[in-house]
Design a protein around this ligand. Structure first.
Ligand SMILES: [Zn+2]
Length: 503
């Protein structure tokens, strides 16, 4: 078989109409599918089958199409899934676990939603949190929130005491000029991943960030602030979200990046990865994952798990230090030629133009939906006033429409943010993204194995080891375009040739 053909990811398109939450039913199956097809075309994705599900996802085993989809992934017929939102794919813990497992095993290589991609290297916890949030949101929407509070929130006002960094003034929330700037700094420092919460608290204390009693803020307080979306303009109350009309201190993008960092850090802490490269590398002979053990003088050694019981390689123990040096060779397979980088970022720029027109269309679609809903509200109230519609029916239907309006407005806001960040993409920024691996390479050898692990996760899809050496590697997007390796099995010859290659 042709190697290159194996590299193309085959996608399944999965649409689900949710019956349990008509308020979130923003788009019908047909329009969902249409939007996703548009996205697939924009991104150039190869769709080989389409699934349309109308059953609810609350309980497992209730979705024949979903099972069929899982089946195809397990049989290797499909490697990618396109769906509307991640919660369309898994709305119960069992489905969620199945999907996550397939991702971790790399049998499923990508989930593309309208908003983002989920990749095998992604943080598993994040996936959980996001599908969990969808759950919680639905549950909470149906709860009765006290009328007055809710009314205020819906108008963008905050019914409580202003959080640190803001002040309450004449029933409004304004930025605290003295402390607001520190809040921004907290988010920016944490995002870099270089500081712990305690270090941030210490450093900023010296720079004047103090409580009213001139004390240092405890790290738990800083930690709490880092996950408070109020700072980017989104108010959360009893599980529901509202768009605040206060001035945000930070962008939603910065907030999201910090959330990812928070999950990543807590994940690492809990797992306490004793073996940095475990589960990342496969044995070239039998395809099993390499595992690790501590041997003499508490040094870490890696070896093939020999899960299929057919492999001799499991007797070859590789010292962590040696493996780390070997993995540094990964960078030799990236081309940092000026011309190639230029070519690539021009292509990327064109792609970003496509995303732009897609975003504009999506915004238009939602705006039209809003108009329809407003008209529907009018018709409903007329019916109620003419006594054609009963009061109970009126209230229930009206609530459904209003919920949908809140959600559409939220989606609209996010799309606008995305659009404006798309506006800001400059050649230079794209270029830097491609030159990033070069910086990574410089730092790689001085890093600890768990930091090296993160670098490798960013760059690589797969790596296999044969005879204590790297046998095959494949790079993730977009680094694959900088890769010298056309035939993956030819790693060694490329590396040898690479010595005479400038740059
Ligand atoms: Zn093996």
């Amino acid at each position: 078989m042709n190697d290159k053909k194996d590299e193309t990811i085959k996608y399944a398109l999965y649409c689900r109409k949710s019956t349990e939450d008509s308020s979130r039913q923003i788009l019908s199956l047909d329009s969902q599918e249409k939007e996703m097809l548009k996205l697939a075309e924009t991104l150039g994705l190869d769709i080989v089958s389409t699934f349309r599900e109308s059953k609810s996802a609350k309980k497992p085993d209730n979705r024949p199409q979903f099972s069929e989809l899982i089946n195809l992934i397990k049989r290797g017929k499909i490697q990618g899934v396109i769906c509307w939102k991640i919660d369309r794919l898994s709305r119960n813990p069992i489905d969620s676990a199945t999907i996550q497992w397939l991702l971790q095993q790399n049998e499923l290589k990508i989930i593309q939603t309208m908003e983002r991609q989920y990749l095998p290297g992604d943080n598993a916890l994040l996936f959980n949190v996001e599908s969990g949030m969808a759950n919680q949101y639905i549950l909470d929407l149906s709860k009765n929130v006290k009328r007055g509070i809710r009314a205020k929130l819906e108008k963008g006002g905050w019914p409580n005491l202003a959080p640190l960094g803001y002040l309450n003034k004449d029933s409004k929330i304004i930025i605290d000029k003295a402390r607001g700037k520190y809040i921004v700094k907290i988010f920016e420092m944490y995002k870099t991943g270089k500081y712990s919460v305690k270090e941030i608290s210490d450093i900023l204390f010296k720079e004047g960030f103090r409580s009213r009693a001139h004390n240092k803020y405890h790290k738990s307080k800083i930690h709490k602030m880092l996950s408070d979306s109020f700072y980017c303009g989104i108010m959360e109350k009893d599980g529901a979200i509202y768009q605040g009309n206060h001035e945000p201190l930070i962008s939603k993008k910065l907030f999201d990046e910090v959330q990812e960092m928070l999950t990543k850090k807590s994940h690492i802490k809990k797992q306490n990865i004793p073996f940095a490269f475990r589960g990342m590398l496969r044995c070239a002979k039998c395809g099993c994952l390499l595992t690790a053990t501590k041997k003499k003088r508490r040094l870490t050694y890696y070896y093939c798990t020999n899960g299929k019981n057919v492999c001799e390689e499991h007797k070859a123990y590789i010292k962590e230090e040696n493996l780390s040096t070997e993995l540094n060779g990964v960078f030799d397979n990236l081309i940092f030629d000026e011309k190639v980088v230029n070519l690539v970022y021009r292509a990327k720029l064109k792609e970003s133009g496509n995303v732009m027109s897609y975003l504009e269309e999506a915004i238009l679609g939602l705006q039209n939906r809003l108009k329809t809903l407003e008209e529907r509200k009018k018709v409903l109230i007329d019916g109620y006033l003419d006594k054609v519609v009963l009061e109970g029916d009126y209230k229930a239907k009206n609530r459904i429409i209003e919920n949908e309006i809140v959600l559409i407005n939220k989606d609209l806001q996010e799309l606008e943010v995305k659009k404006s960040s798309q506006d800001n993409i400059t050649l230079e920024r794209i270029r830097n993204a491609f030159l990033e691996p070069k910086t990574m390479q410089k730092e790689f050898l001085s890093q600890k194995p768990d930091e090296q692990r993160n670098t490798l996760i960013t760059l690589l899809w797969n790596a296999t080891i044969d005879n204590k050496k790297i046998a095959n590697i494949s790079f993730k997007e977009p680094y694959n375009v900088l890769s010298k390796i056309e035939n993956k099995s030819d790693f060694d010859s490329v590396r040898r040739g690479g010595d005479s290659n400038p740059g």
